[in-house]
Design a protein around this ligand. Structure first.
Ligand SMILES: Nc1ncnc2c1ncn2[C@@H]1O[C@H](COP(=O)(O)OP(=O)(O)OP(=O)(O)O)[C@@H](O)[C@H]1O
Length: 311
């Protein structure tokens, strides 16, 4: 179990993180979601032990982590951090990179281990290629495999899929998170990608300006979004005055509103239809404010329709 309790952390005099408290069970995956600059990387660096925490306590299996003032080489040995600046060696092969820190006692075992990891990151065809000749996304995958080589207990991922195309990203995420579950490796991912956070995490931490906005199960948070800021992570937000909706819920994501055949209190005028593949996102105007809902077809600009909430 990882236990994080940060009263405050500042660079110089500027407070970056405040009152962050959570626990993460062994083998569970936490996604940290927040705007750029809200402190996601700082949180990972504090946990990893690159930054010193004066006001707070970070513990693993009940034991406090001492931080950089007490260790010669920054970083706890049982953790790995895959950061935005990749820790890969360009002039050696993918296999050599992954095997770099393995104990080299049994060549056959080592080779099997490298093969397993090449499979997890879908780089089997590139094992003997020098890293310098790989794309940015392929380098990110080498860095991931390298971080997993010595079987860490906790993996910290800072935007690990940022350079990877959608097709590969989905495949890689499924394969990586399945592997982490099988191996009982805890993982914390800093991300801007709400879809990824919902699909692959056991716990979700929403950060707002360095403070904990929400912490909990993704389903619980998503089904009970309390503010427009929280909802904004997951799509275009509509805020309606309470008198317009019988349930009294005022914050809506586009899938929660639909066209009503009957007259309702929410009469809107359509301004734009955005093609989303499986449906259209419709932007409309309600009493001078934008309102968003999903619809199967495009709707003519200027058309008036009535909306109702989907229960
Ligand atoms: N070494 C540093 N010295 C001073 N301020 C810093 C330092 N590193 C980061 N900051 C500031 O701390 C804040 C949080 O930065 P951090 O990198 O943790 O954010 P982030 O949420 O990871 O952002 P992004 O999503 O853009 O990577 C930012 O305002 C940043 O400018």
């Amino acid at each position: 179990m990882l236990s994080v309790s940060i009263q405050s952390f500042s660079y110089a005099s500027k407070a970056i993180l405040q009152d962050i408290n959570f626990k993460l069970k062994r083998g569970n995956h936490l996604a940290v979601l927040g705007e750029s600059g809200c402190g996601k990387s700082t949180l990972l660096h504090l946990i990893y032990g690159l930054l010193h925490l004066d006001n707070g306590r970070i513990a693993w299996e009940g034991e406090q982590l001492k931080g950089p003032h007490h260790t010669l080489i920054p970083g706890e040995p049982f953790m790995k951090l895959v950061a935005q600046e990749l820790n890969v060696m360009p002039f050696i092969t993918v296999r050599e990179n992954i095997a770099e820190h393995l104990p080299r006692l049994n060549p056959e075992e080592e080779s099997d281990r490298v093969n397993t990891l090449l499979n997890v990151v879908d780089l089997e065809a590139f094992g003997n290629r020098k890293v310098i000749n790989l794309s940015g996304g392929q380098k990110q995958r080498v860095a991931l495999a390298k971080a997993l080589a010595k079987a860490p207990k906790l993996l910290l991922l800072d935007e690990p899929f940022s350079s990877i195309d959608t097709f590969r990203k989905n495949k890689l995420r499924r394969s990586l998170f399945r592997y982490l579950k099988e191996e009982n490796i805890s993982c914390i991912t800093a991300t801007h990608d709400a879809e990824e956070a919902l699909a692959f995490s056991d716990e979700l931490l929403l950060l707002k300006e360095g403070k904990m906005e929400r912490f909990g199960k993704p389903e619980t948070i998503y089904n009970n979004l309390k503010t427009a800021y929280q909802a904004g992570f997951f799509g275009d937000v509509t805020v309606l005055p309470p008198e317009t909706v019988p349930s009294g819920d005022r914050i809506f994501l586009p899938h929660q509103l639909t066209i009503s055949e009957k007259e309702t209190k929410i009469k809107v005028e359509v301004t734009t239809s955005f093609f989303k593949g499986s449906h259209y996102l419709i932007e409309a105007i309600y009493k001078g404010n934008p309102i968003f809902f999903n619809h199967i077809d495009e709707i003519e600009t200027g058309k008036s329709v009535f909306l109702t909430e989907i229960k």
